[in-house]
Design a protein around this ligand. Structure first.
Ligand code: FES
Ligand SMILES: [Fe+2]
Length: 328
């Protein structure tokens, strides 16, 4: 369903963090296509199918030497833009066959993340203005694999009605089940979603919120950027903003990469790992729940029942279905 859809090829997906390339090439999988990613001669990332044109060895099992990717099997070496620059068995100075060059795919490093587009980018990577604001710091969390289809994850990240059930050990208040009317709007040029006020438990989140009261009020927004990116914003009463970019990438129809990135305008005094421990715990609760739900979330709105609190998800599914049908 997802992996066969041509429209999805023309969008950006996070496959790893830039730091993951420190020790050489890595193997990733996007829409069921195996890819190798490495840092080229000028330090910028390069991505290509993880298959040597010679005898199909996985290039990710090779090494990087002076920014060139060296195949582990017969040593063919790939330089700038994936050009094959050396075939050791042919001896120095001999021309290499034109078909030996790798067919690279688009890869961009942004927000500490490696974003790949397999086709021709139809939209830009969503802009997080806090990235260029010196009053904010960015905290990356690492990339995890969830045994969940990407649409189920995006649906979950737009949904607040599960807070009092899935998140009672972190911030959900069991009695706070009613969701105010959801009014969808463009939050900015990149995210479509809704704003809301929510009371949450603060005991486990005191480090992240900087507040001590057992129950606190957050001003929040949740919005999506097609196909599977969600931004959640939190404004605390102190003026502290905590922005979360939730990136979901289909490895295949029922497996996904997940990473989140935080931007905060705090005083930078609390160590990053302590700040994101709370978000990690919340993510683990979602993962535990979602890994119990089998299969792919149907984009046919009639196949599942939705209510007013699902309005954001319904709108996201409508737009995703149009994108995948080529009618958006
Ligand atoms: S398979 Fe890569 S060099 Fe032979
Ligand atoms: Fe959740």
């Amino acid at each position: 369903m997802l992996v066969d859809n041509p429209a999805l090829l023309d969008h950006w997906y996070v496959v790893a963090e830039g730091d993951d390339l420190a020790d050489g090439p890595i193997a990733v999988r996007l829409l069921d296509r195996p890819l190798v990613v490495w840092r080229g001669p000028d330090g910028t990332p390069v991505a290509a199918p993880d298959r040597c044109p010679h005898r199909e060895a996985p290039l990710s099992a090779g090494r990087v030497a002076d920014g060139c990717l060296v195949c582990p099997y017969h040593g063919w070496t790939f330089g700038d833009g994936g050009r094959c620059v050396e075939v050791p068995s042919s001896g120095a100075g001999r021309p290499v066959p034109p078909a030996a060059h790798l067919r690279t795919v688009h890869v961009v490093e942004r927000y500490g993340l490696l974003w790949v587009c397999l086709g021709d980018p139809a939209a830009e990577i969503p802009v997080m203005e806090a990235e260029d604001d010196p009053t904010f710091r960015r905290i990356n969390s690492g990339v995890d694999v969830w045994n969940v289809s990407a649409p189920r994850m995006t649906d979950n990240f737009l949904d607040i009605s599960h807070f009092p059930f899935v998140h009672v050990a972190t911030f959900g208040l069991p009695t706070n089940t009613e969701v105010p009317k959801v009014e969808m709007r463009d939050l900015d040029d990149h995210f479509h979603g809704y704003s809301y006020t929510v009371e949450v438990a603060n005991e486990a989140g005191a480090v992240a919120s900087g507040l001590e009261a057992p129950v606190i009020t957050r001003e929040m927004s949740s919005g999506f950027n097609l196909p599977f990116t969600v931004r959640s914003t939190i404004l605390y009463e102190t003026g502290l903003q905590h922005l979360i970019l939730l990136c979901t990438t289909p490895i295949d129809d029922v497996t996904s990469y997940f990473t989140f990135v935080i931007w905060r305008n705090d005083d930078f005094s609390v160590p990053a790992e302590e700040v994101i421990a709370f978000d990690r715990a919340i993510g683990a609760e979602d993962k535990t729940m979602l890994e119990k739900v089998p299969g792919v979330l149907p984009l046919d709105q009639q196949a599942t029942v939705s209510v007013q609190s699902d309005k954001a998800s319904v709108e996201w599914r409508r737009r995703l279905a149009a994108l995948m049908a080529g009618t958006s």
